[in-house]
Design a protein. Structure first.
Length: 168
């Protein structure tokens, strides 16, 4: 399952606030479609018609409204959600994470045992996860040498940083 990131103040955003109800719905439905179909923010004409029908909006008028507001960019017959990849993972990143789940299932017991079932950052022994020392988003791989045990709190806090960057 894919997720799309939304600002909790989305309806107060200057680009959103003056949109019609239908354009707001089409924008949200378009974001959900892009995340679910891993399109990297690309909406082809058929997709626009489909998501417009799902939210009972008039596709062409609402698409024009979204382009005028700077939320979508026209690209020939297609539309691109402005800054989609600045806030959401790419399709390749989502697919890599899905592949990672399969790898992790096999490596998890090995890494946990090697690291004596404790977080290598704080020593906690509960809610343990696997952490990429060099994050995948920065070229790290899923080898045993690049994995270590981390509690969920430390792993979430570290995010896409190296341990040295995180512990500064």
């Amino acid at each position: 399952m894919a997720w799309v990131k939304l600002d909790d103040q989305i309806f107060a955003h200057p680009k959103i606030i003056n949109l019609s109800r239908d354009a707001k719905l089409l924008y949200l439905a378009g974001l959900a479609y892009c995340a679910g179909q891993l399109t990297d923010g690309l909406l082809r004409p058929g997709a626009v018609r489909m998501v417009a029908a799902q939210v009972e909006a008039e596709a062409e008028a609402c698409a024009d409204e979204l382009v005028a507001a700077g939320l979508w960019e026209a690209d020939g017959q297609n539309f691109i959600v402005h800054d989609y990849l600045a806030y959401n993972p790419s399709g390749a990143q989502v697919r890599a994470n899905q592949d990672w789940s399969e790898v992790a299932a096999g490596l998890r017991p090995v890494v946990l045992a090697r690291d004596e079932y404790k977080c290598q950052y704080c020593g906690a022994t509960d809610d343990l996860t696997l952490d990429h020392i060099i994050p995948c988003s920065r070229g790290g791989d899923s080898s045993l040498a690049n994995l270590r045990t981390a509690c969920r709190t430390c792993n979430s806090s570290k995010g896409a940083r190296t341990p040295e960057e995180w512990q500064r």
